[in-house]
Design a protein around this ligand. Structure first.
Ligand code: ATP
Ligand code: MG
Ligand code: FE
Length: 344
């Protein structure tokens, strides 16, 4: 079965072809990061317009690279939510328009299910069940995953998402947008222990997170120093931030593994690309005898491959999940635990 995936929930337009026999055939991505950078964040109207410009050229690319005709596609999966309403509408209308033109069924996919299943696209995929830490720009959740659509929420952030904490702290240090990768690179030049930042909810005895206080602590540090902050000091602040957030993320993962008794940990979402986090998790895994799995680096942040893949997984358990029903609606807010194994 050949599935075309269309992702447009935020500021990346991603298309991909996934075949259940042959795996990922091709994928293509356009990131709007450069366009939004000067505004310091994603401008929804600009995002929607750019998705419109990019979708068809990217479609032609994935068909060309995959060496297939549109007629060979069996189903079209698109991100139905959560995300920016206007941006989602572009992907949905492209998918449904194509479905109508090619007479192919379409299905709406949950963006976070795409992130969550993306490590299964890697060369050494995890088996179910596993604990998943989903750390993206808009979400931070720990989940027990027993299979496709079988997700139990173990804990989540009470305020900012981990990616948001990275981005906001980076912005305070003047590192541009989105600053996650930049603050992480800068932290490598910082000395540990020069500044101490709080580890929010480290001892809360549950699996929830809170990151807004951490960002405020960075703000306080930067304000106090702003007059004479030098490059080395910036790096020291970055290091303190990364050390604090990594310590909390790792501790909560260990607690989730203990609580569930599982031995497999899956990391998904953009912050999963973070080097310091990967190093700390790998170290904990070898010390404590569990295994940690990541998506390929290029599939940590938004992409079409994870949507094509999630669509294909959905269709394998429920062939009726895709329909020739082209009257689409998007779901900008859509909690993952509303998903069930049977129908999306
Ligand atoms: P959501 O999926 O919750 O709707 P999103 O799609 O915007 O949000 P992703 O694309 O999964 O989120 O991830 C983007 C986030 O990942 C940004 O906050 C970005 O700063 C962060 N990020 C990417 N690479 C790194 C890195 N190396 N270190 C830390 N953060 C990173
Ligand atoms: Mg993005
Ligand atoms: Fe995302």
């Amino acid at each position: 079965m050949l599935v075309l995936g269309v992702e447009s929930s935020c500021d990346e337009t991603g298309l991909a072809l996934y075949d259940t026999q042959r795996g990922l055939l091709s994928h293509a991505l356009h990131s709007q990061v450069a366009m939004h950078e000067e505004y310091g964040g994603v401008v929804p109207e600009l995002a929607s317009r750019d998705h419109i410009r990019r979708a068809i050229p990217l479609l032609e690319q994935v068909l060309g690279k995959g060496g297939v005709e549109g007629s060979a596609i069996d189903a079209i999966a698109y991100t139905q939510g959560p995300g920016l309403a206007g941006a989602l509408l572009v992907g949905a209308s492209v998918a449904c328009g194509l479905g109508l033109a090619l007479d192919k069924p379409v299905l709406g996919v949950h963006h976070l299910e795409g992130h969550l299943l993306s490590p299964l696209l890697a060369t050494d995929p995890p088996a179910f069940p596993f604990v998943a830490l989903l750390i993206s720009g808009g979400h931070t959740q720990l989940m027990r995953v027993d299979g496709v659509g079988r997700y139990a929420l173990l804990g989540e952030t009470l305020d900012d998402a981990a990616g948001e904490a990275f981005d906001k702290s980076a912005k305070l240090l003047g590192l541009g947008y989105p600053g996650g990768p930049a603050i992480s690179r800068l932290a490598e030049f910082g000395d540990p222990g020069v500044y101490q930042l709080p580890r929010p909810m480290l001892h809360s005895k549950d699996l929830n997170f809170s990151f807004s206080g951490l960002k405020t602590a960075v703000l306080t540090l930067v304000h106090n120093q702003i007059a004479n902050i030098c490059e080395q000091d910036k790096a020291n602040v970055a290091r303190a931030f990364v050390d604090a957030i990594v310590e909390v993320l790792v501790a909560k993962c260990l607690a989730a593994l203990k609580q569930t008794g599982l031995k497999r940990l899956v990391i998904a979402g953009g912050v999963g690309a973070n080097r310091q986090l990967r190093a700390a998790l790998n170290e904990a895994a070898s010390r404590r005898g569990f295994k940690v799995y990541y998506p390929e680096l290029e599939f940590c942040t938004d992409n079409g491959a994870m949507i094509a893949f999630a669509g294909a997984m959905r269709l394998q358990i429920d062939p009726q999940a895709a329909q020739r029903d082209y009257g689409f609606n998007v779901r900008p807010r859509w909690p993952l635990d509303e998903l069930t194994a049977g129908a999306g």
